[in-house]
Write a new protein. Sequence first.
Length: 146
Amino acid sequence: MIEVPSEPTAAGSKPILKRLTKRPEFLAAAKGRSSAKGAVVVQALARASSDPETAARDLAIRIGFTATRKIGGAVERNRAKRRLREAARQILPLHGRPGFDYVFVARGGTIARPWARLLDDVKTALISLSAPSGSNGDRPSAASSR
């Protein structure tokens, strides 16, 4: 897994960013909460672990990126994922929660979206996923209850 250096959070510790690499990890994150903002959909899932050895790894923020063929050919999909990777690298250490898996899904406007607006989309999606989802706490969104 790739470790990305990041800026310190408000608590003073640096979150470790690791990559999701296996399909089951992406499918598990799809069952969590999701937030669609502008040119990006962000899916988030809290990792629960009772094993003390894996509890230390749960402090890392794991991220994955995907773009469907609706976006375009391979060149367009790769460009969209590169833009999402850089946006996540800048925003996730500030607004991501340790112990969570995040999947960033590119939408149709990801490639052409102005950079500042794409960063704002990612930031807004992460903030909405961090907020409690009503009075029932961590209830999944309607989109993820399929």
